[in-house]
Write a protein that binds this ligand. Structure first.
Ligand code: DUC
Ligand code: ZN
Ligand code: ZN
Ligand code: ZN
Length: 469
């Protein structure tokens, strides 16, 4: 899947090692790793959220991604007035300026006959194979258990993957009230109001309901030991649950939230919150032992002016942190350089597993004949340094400010075009392509058999009780 020290003879859209003429570009990758481009399963570009809009759009966010070795991302479509189709049309418009390949997940904020019909259209005609349910954000995006159950059943019938933002939104609301009563208005109140136990509860509930419906479940941004342990338990019992940590949860702890400078502290506000020291290491361990399967970012950025909407009240700080540009570097440095995962596992957690789960493997997530030529060259001996001055995102802060590490993406090739080389971006708005993702990924294989055995296990005692009365 990757080659140590090969000299690539050609860069062709349809990656081949064929004999080529003298005028092709030659890139010397001696001593470096040639790997599939990264795929970020979790981003929010140009999203209207908490009274404002994320400052990275489909051009700036993707340019940043390419500079960091990510060649595809999957963004969340938010319905407009609960309409999936209206939401999708809005995002199709926003994505016209794309300079990188992308796909969509669809959020579900209501359930009725229209939503049910539109879910089918979205899967069968629009190339989306995943639906996300927010168990938090009471009063806006949050869904209750009844809606979640309806949604899970519909996902199952369509072969679509159900995803959850797992925090108990009612309890978060209560936690926020408590903070205000205590006179805690600063960014630290954000973390204190929504502790790990609320993430653990919602994760456990979603897992159990998905098990009850017998459909696969994908838990986004696993930020705590509490949530991770629920996923571990379910997977051990054979349930089809996928856990996605995000870079901020893997490498940061909550100390920044207590910084006395509001601009510094507020940049760390995201949901679920960045946890106390210890959760980060535990999540790294879970990524290395297979309890968690792929790394996203939840890239959702606001500049310091937008973050300052919450200067008097943490509840008004727009939630979100950066990561789309930093993910490949930080995962390499934290997980590979430190010896926690192998290079093969690095390719899996940053690219291949995402392609498999969203059913676009081996077109994406691989370097083989017929795959799109999304390729990076990473130099394990070169260093990176992260700061807001030099990053490519439009935001004026960076939660990884000042971090240095080993392993730098020196070249990014997207669909056969060199878009990042010598620390220079060559990106063209409109060149990114929408990637359709078909339903019924590998997690659905044999699901019907499991249904049959579940039903027969119910049938036996039912019949017996009838015959005895
Ligand atoms: N969490 C964030 O921090 N931002 C976007 C949405 C979310 O769930
Ligand atoms: Zn979320
Ligand atoms: Zn952490
Ligand atoms: Zn998100």
């Amino acid at each position: 899947m990757f080659y140590w020290g090969i000299k690539m003879e050609s860069i062709l859209a349809n990656f081949t090692m064929a004999l080529v003429s003298d005028d092709v570009k030659v890139i010397d990758a001696t001593g470096k790793f040639v790997m599939p481009g990264g795929i970020d399963p979790h981003t929010h570009l140009a999203m209207e959220f908490m009274g404002t809009e994320t400052i990275d759009d489909f051009f700036s966010g993707q340019a940043a991604a390419l500079a960091g070795g990510t060649t595809m991302h999957i963004d969340f479509v938010i319905p407009v007035n609960d309409s999936l189709i209206a939401g999708l049309e809005t995002y199709e418009e926003k994505a016209k300026k794309s300079c990188m390949d992308y796909g969509f997940h669809m959020a579900i904020t209501k359930f009725d006959d229209i939503v049910s019909r539109d879910m089918e259209i979205i899967v069968k005609e629009k190339g989306i194979n995943s639906f996300k349910f927010f168990l938090a954000y009471k009063g806006s995006l949050m869904v209750n258990d009844e809606l979640l159950l309806e949604g899970l059943k519909r996902c199952k019938s369509l072969g679509a993957l159900a995803m959850v933002h797992a925090e108990n939104g009612d309890a978060v609301f209560e936690g926020q009230k408590r903070m205000i009563q205590l006179g805690i208005f600063g960014p630290e109140g954000h973390a204190l109001s929504r502790p790990p136990v609320l993430e653990g509860e919602a994760t456990a509930r979603a897992i159990r309901l998905a098990g009850f419906v017998n459909t696969p479940l994908y838990v986004v941004h696993v930020m705590s030991i509490d949530a991770m342990e629920e996923i571990a338990k379910a997977r051990k019992s054979g349930q089809r649950v996928v856990g996605e940590p995000v870079v901020s949860g893997l490498v940061l702890d909550d100390s920044g939230l207590w910084d006395s400078d509001f601009t510094t502290a507020s940049k760390y506000v995201m949901s679920p919150p960045i946890r106390a020291s210890g959760h980060d290491k535990a999540l790294q361990g879970a990524l290395s032992n297979g309890v968690l399967q792929l790394v996203g970012t939840d890239h959702c950025v606001f500049n310091s002016t937008q973050k300052a909407f919450g200067i008097d009240d943490f509840r008004k700080i727009p939630n979100g942190v950066n990561g789309i540009e930093e993910r490949m570097h930080l995962v390499w440095d934290t997980m590979v350089e430190s010896g926690q995962i192998s290079i093969t596992d690095y390719v899996r957690v940053t690219s291949t597993e995402c392609a498999r789960i969203f059913n676009i493997y081996p077109r994406k997530g691989a370097i083989i004949a017929g795959s799109d030529a999304d390729i990076i060259i990473l130099n394990p001996n070169s260093s990176f340094e992260i700061n807001a001055r030099s990053h490519h995102s439009r935001t004026d802060t960076n939660v990884y400010e000042g971090r240095r590490g080993k392993g730098k993406v020196e070249v990014t090739i997207a669909r056969g075009r060199v878009v990042w080389e010598n620390n220079e971006l060559k990106v063209v708005p409109g060149s990114g392509k929408y990637i359709e993702m078909p339903p019924f990924n590998y997690l659905f294989s044999g699901i019907d058999k499991a249904d049959a055995s579940y039903l027969s296990s119910l049938n036996a005692p039912v019949k017996r009780s009838k015959s005895t009365t």
